[in-house]
Design a protein around this ligand. Structure first.
Ligand SMILES: Cc1cc2nc3c(=O)[nH]c(=O)nc-3n(C[C@H](O)[C@H](O)[C@H](O)COP(=O)(O)O)c2cc1C
Length: 211
């Protein structure tokens, strides 16, 4: 039997101080993700996206953040996938980044909406040809007969349309507009730092939570 009861690591990281931290969470997020990139963490933009279905059951999976700015965190997916249907029904969602090399976690909560068609087109057209083909032929989250059938469908599109392929309406971008951030920094003896930003009207209120 494999268990982790005796597995402990003492976390040490730069202290997160409410007084010295930036006024807005985006500056703090940018600082941490730049440090993760500089450190060479692989796929630092991989994040857990959690959504809720119509029975109020949560579902989580990794997606890749492609961009972030003060208006949101952007990722791309299939609008008819399980997550797509859940988001169409309930836009409330959360994102989670975990960079174990730094003992850092970031939790972000908010509401998700679709990007404009133009923004989705731009990103779709920037993707490698085979990724575009596979986004077109994959009925993401639905049962398929075999992977071979997907490959055949992809080859059929390649033969018929060549390089002349457009983004399908069922695939595109999403943006999470955040109203809550938690920056978690591991510290020795379980006295971890938890710095919270809550959006109130148009400004951010900072607070700290017990670890
Ligand atoms: C490292 C990694 C990156 C991924 N990036 C994406 C992504 O950007 N978009 C996406 O739709 N799925 C991505 N996936 C696949 C999703 O985790 C998931 O399998 C898929 O979106 C279907 O989820 P759903 O059935 O809940 O909708 C990624 C998976 C991994 C492990």
């Amino acid at each position: 039997m494999l268990d982790f009861f005796d597995s402990r690591s003492d976390y040490i990281g730069e202290e997160l101080n409410i007084d010295n931290s930036p006024k807005d969470p985006f500056t703090q997020f940018r600082k941490w993700i730049q440090e993760a990139i500089k450190f060479g963490i692989k796929d630092p933009n991989a994040m857990v996206l959690s959504t809720i279905d119509e029975h109020m059951h949560p579902h989580s999976r990794i997606v890749l953040m492609k961009e972030f700015n003060a208006s949101g965190f952007i990722f791309f997916s299939n609008y008819q996938s399980a997550k797509g249907l859940q988001l169409a029904n309930n836009p409330n969602a959360s994102l989670l980044f975990f960079w174990k090399e730094f003992y850092r976690q970031i939790r972000i909560e908010g509401s998700i909406s679709k990007l404009s068609e133009k923004e989705s087109d731009e990103y779709f057209n920037s993707r490698p040809y085979d990724s575009r083909i596979n986004a077109i032929v994959s009925p993401q989250s639905r049962e398929i007969e075999s992977k071979k059938k997907l490959i055949e469908a992809g080859n059929a599109i390649k033969n018929k349309f060549g390089k002349n392929i457009d983004r399908p309406a069922y695939w595109g971008g999403y943006k999470l507009e955040a109203n809550y951030f938690e920056f978690w920094q591991g510290q020795p003896n379980r006295l971890h730092d938890r710095l919270i930003y809550i959006k109130q009207d148009h400004s951010w209120i900072k607070t700290i939570l017990a670890p």
